[in-house]
Structures are given as structure tokens and as C-alpha cells.
Design a binder for this molecule. Structure first.
Ligand SMILES: Nc1ncnc2c1ncn2[C@@H]1O[C@H](COP(=O)(O)OP(=O)(O)O)[C@@H](O)[C@H]1O
Ligand SMILES: [Mg+2]
Length: 285
């Protein structure tokens, strides 16, 4: 008997560890976005096609892949930003909590309130630090306890301690990394559910990048995050789930496709697709 329980504990332990590191157990995954056969064209050019996967709540999902494979195009679909891009045509379906994000009764402005976005280059308004964060709440009529709301957002973006004594100073007086955290504070001030981040650290130095990565770890308690990054180490460091996009070349056309989607550790240590393996091991040509 003693031997048998020893055997069991030896068999079970590694599996438990692996499951804990493969962050989301399937039964704990709550689907926020159900992306179905999504495609985007710009005029005659098909930027991405056939994208199909689920994005889960309170996790960080990274979208990686070579330049031009449609990463930015893809995440712009998740909050209907492509509606604002001339010539962009979105096909397929995205269900957001089971509801068609592109359905006729859906207000894209409300979509963008619930699903915020942070861009590659920090883009604060040429206003004070305070007014940048208060801007969204003011536009939306969330004027009650505005000071507290601004403080909460700045704390959430790990910027409060650095700016609390100079809230009236111009946002443009901040460093690049601080400006990007300010943009995150501005995005979370209106309490969205999802944050989309398109290469949020690629214009920043390594120290500022680290603080953005640490910040993302903290944010996933309250938000669902989707991050585009061309930096594989960054995806491996921050993401629970990783979607690898690549370019399919045929008949003189190049189209972005989703090659593989899985727990980040699986993508980086034991991918199922040869193209993923070539990319993550740097053999991509
Ligand atoms: N506004 C646009 N108009 C026309 N073509 C675009 C536009 N944005 C992106 N594209 C094209 O779509 C493809 C995917 O681009 P993008 O989504 O920016 O890729 P990534 O973010 O992976 O580098 C590229 O061929 C790009 O030239
Ligand atoms: Mg891009």
C-alpha cells in the first residue's frame, strides 16, 4: 500500500505543476471573445482571414507574429476600431459575452467604452496629467467623485506616487514610460472590461518596458488584456495564452492567418505546428 501511494504521488505531482503553470485550466476559462472565421480586407488586399479562437477573462492573451501578419488589424476588430479605418471590411463574427459585436443593435461607441485601447506611441493629450485621466469620465458624465476616480486610475496604472504632487503639470512633461502609464490610466479611468494594447512598450526603454510588463500582471486581476507584441520574450513573460499569426503566401498574395493558439508555455516550449516552432526558435526566414 505504501508503495502504491508513493507511486501515485510521483505520478501526480508533475502534472499538477504543469497544470498550474499552464495558467488557465479549461474549466476555469470564461470566454470574453469568441472569434469565428474572422477576416479583414482593405480594398482588394486581404490582411487576415479565417481567424478562429476564444479569448478568456482575466487573462493576458498575446498576439505575436512577423510584421504585416495582421496583428494590429486583428485587435482593432475587438473594439470595432476598424470601423474608423477607411476601406476596412470585416467579415466573420466576433461574439462578446455571446453577443454579436457587429450586430445591428450594437453601439460602437459603447463597445469602445467597454473595450479600451492603448497604442504603440504614448499619445497623451496636451493637457494636464489630471485632465488626461479625467477626460473620459467627464465625456461620459462620470463626474461624481472625480478626484477619487483619477487617483484610483493613476494608482491602477502604477503612476500615482510619481505624479501626485504635480497633477496640474502638462502630461507632455512626463517621460515616455510615464506617458504610456498615463495612457493606461486614461483607459482604465472609465472602468472598461477589456484593455487592448498594441505594442505598448515598443517605443520605450528597457526599464520602462519592465514597469509596463509588471503593471500588466497587476491589471489582469481587474481586466482582460490582449497585447500585440513583436517581442517574443515579452509574450513569454507576460501572457497566459498566446496566439501566433503568420503570413501565408500564395499566388502573389500574402494573408495573415492564425497558425496556433495555446497556453503560452506550450507555444514556447512544445508548439504543435512547425511554423510556430520555426518562429519561436528564431529559425523564421
Ligand atoms: N489602414 C490600412 N489600409 C490598408 N492596408 C492596411 C491598413 N492597415 C494595415 N494594412 C495592411 O494590412 C496588413 C496587416 O497589417 P497590420 O495589421 O498592421 O500588421 P502587423 O500589426 O502584424 O504588423 C499589411 O499588409 C498592411 O499593409
Ligand atoms: Mg502592428
Amino acid at each position: 500500500m505504501g508503495n502504491r501511494s508513493d507511486t501515485i504521488s510521483i505520478d501526480v505531482a508533475p502534472v499538477e505543476i504543469a497544470q498550474r503553470r499552464h495558467a488557465p485550466l479549461p474549466e476555469n476559462r470564461e470566454v470574453v471573445f469568441d472569434v469565428q472565421d474572422l477576416g479583414v480586407r482593405y480594398g482588394a488586399t486581404t490582411a487576415v482571414s479565417g481567424v478562429d479562437f476564444d479569448i478568456y477573462r482575466n487573462m493576458i492573451t498575446a498576439v505575436i507574429g512577423p510584421s504585416g501578419c495582421g496583428k494590429s488589424t486583428f485587435i482593432r476588430c475587438l473594439n470595432r476600431m476598424n470601423d474608423l479605418v477607411p476601406g476596412a471590411q470585416v467579415d466573420g463574427k466576433i461574439l462578446y459575452h455571446g453577443e454579436d459585436l457587429y450586430g445591428s443593435g450594437v453601439d460602437p461607441v459603447e463597445v469602445r467604452r467597454r473595450i479600451g485601447m492603448v497604442f504603440q506611441r504614448p499619445n497623451p493629450f496636451p493637457k494636464s496629467i489630471y485632465d488626461n485621466v479625467a477626460w473620459g469620465p467627464r465625456v461620459l458624465g462620470m463626474r461624481k467623485d472625480l478626484d477619487e476616480r483619477v487617483e484610483r486610475a493613476l494608482r491602477g496604472a502604477a503612476l500615482w506616487e510619481e505624479v501626485k504632487d504635480r497633477l496640474k503639470r502638462s502630461a507632455l512633461s512626463l517621460s515616455g514610460g510615464q506617458q504610456q502609464r498615463l495612457c493606461i490610466a486614461r483607459a482604465i479611468a472609465i472602468e472598461p472590461e477589456v484593455l487592448l494594447l498594441d505594442e505598448p512598450a515598443s517605443a520605450l526603454d528597457p526599464i520602462a518596458t519592465t514597469s509596463i510588463e509588471e503593471l500588466m500582471h497587476g491589471l489582469k486581476r481587474d481586466f482582460t488584456l490582449v497585447i500585440v507584441t513583436h517581442n517574443m520574450q515579452q509574450a513569454a513573460r507576460v501572457a497566459d495564452m498566446t496566439a501566433f499569426f503568420s503570413l501565408e503566401v500564395g499566388e502573389g498574395r500574402r494573408t495573415g492567418v492564425l497558425v496556433e493558439y495555446d497556453a503560452t508555455e506550450k507555444i514556447f516550449t512544445n508548439p504543435s505546428d512547425q511554423r510556430t516552432e520555426d518562429y519561436v526558435t528564431g529559425r523564421f526566414g
